[in-house]
Design a binder for this molecule. Structure first.
Ligand SMILES: CC(C)(COP(=O)(O)OP(=O)(O)OC[C@H]1O[C@@H](n2cnc3c(N)ncnc32)[C@H](O)[C@@H]1OP(=O)(O)O)[C@@H](O)C(=O)NCCC(=O)NCCS
Length: 194
C-alpha cells in the first residue's frame, strides 16, 4: 500500500491540532512523542485505510487493538473520523464501528461514541464539526450531535443535540439553545417588511 502525500498531510494536521488545542503542549515534538491521543488517531488513520480493503480487515482490527493496548483508546477501524480530531488525555475513549465524526472535534478521556443495540447497521452517533465531548461523557445510539455542540463531562446523551447547544447530565438535557441563525433573525425582524 503506497502512502500518498495527502495521508501524511492529514497526520501532520492531527499533530498540529493537538498542539493548537492543548495549552499544556509546549512543542510539536512533545506532542508527537508524548500524546497517546495523537498516536491513537494516527494508528486509526492507517487502520481505516486497511479496513476499506476486505482482505485487510483482520489486520486492521489487530493493529487497532494493539493501539488500544498502548494508548487506552479504542477506535474501530470502520469508524469515519474527520480531520484534526484531538483526543485529549485519551484513556478510556471508545469509538464504535459506525460512528461518524466531523472535523475539528475534541474528545476528552473516558468519552464513548457507543451503540445501544446489538443489531448490524448504523448504531453509533454522528458528531458534527467542532463538537467538544467532555470527560466521561457517553453518547449512545445513532443520535446526531450538531456542529459546535458541547457535551458536558459525564453526560449520557441518548437524543439528538442541536448545533451549538450544551448538553449536560444523565440523561443529558439541553442547557442552552443555539442563538437564531442570521438568516432566521432577518426573517423574524418586522423591519424587513417595511
Ligand atoms: C458543559 C460545559 C461545556 C459547560 O461549560 P460552560 O459553558 O462554561 O457552562 P457553565 O459552567 O456556566 O454551566 C452552565 C450550567 O450547566 C451546569 N453544568 C456545567 N457542566 C456540567 C456537567 N458536566 N454536568 C452537569 N451540569 C453541568 C452548571 O452547573 C450550570 O448550571 P446552572 O445554570 O444551573 O448554574 C462544561 O461544564 C463541561 O462539562 N466541559 C467538559 C470539559 C472537560 O471534560 N474537561 C476535561 C479536562 S481534563
Amino acid at each position: 500500500m503506497s502512502v500518498p502525500l495527502h495521508f501524511l498531510a492529514t497526520l501532520q494536521e492531527d499533530l498540529q491540532a493537538a498542539r493548537d488545542r492543548d495549552p499544556a503542549a509546549r512543542s510539536l515534538a512533545e506532542v508527537a512523542l508524548g500524546y497517546p491521543g495523537v498516536h491513537a488517531v494516527w494508528v486509526y488513520r492507517l487502520a481505516h485505510r486497511m479496513w476499506q480493503r476486505p482482505g485487510l480487515q483482520l489486520p486492521a482490527r489487530l493493529i487497532s487493538q494493539l493501539s488500544r493496548a498502548f494508548t487506552g483508546i479504542e477506535i474501530h477501524p470502520g469508524a469515519r473520523l474527520g480531520r484534526r480530531l484531538f483526543i485529549d488525555h485519551g484513556m478510556g475513549v471508545v469509538i464504535g464501528e459506525t460512528a461518524e465524526v466531523g472535523d475539528d472535534v475534541v474528545l476528552f478521556h473516558g468519552s464513548t461514541l457507543g451503540g445501544k443495540s446489538m443489531r448490524h447497521g448504523k448504531r453509533h452517533p454522528t458528531v458534527g464539526d467542532g463538537v467538544v465531548v467532555g470527560a466521561g461523557a457517553k453518547i449512545l445510539g445513532p443520535v446526531w450531535i450538531g456542529a459546535g455542540a458541547q457535551i458536558g463531562a459525564n453526560a449520557v446523551v441518548i437524543h439528538d443535540v442541536p448545533a451549538g447547544a450544551i448538553a449536560v447530565g444523565v440523561p443529558a438535557q439541553i442547557r442552552q439553545r443555539p442563538a437564531a441563525a442570521p438568516f432566521d433573525a432577518e426573517i423574524d425582524d418586522p423591519a424587513i417588511y417595511i
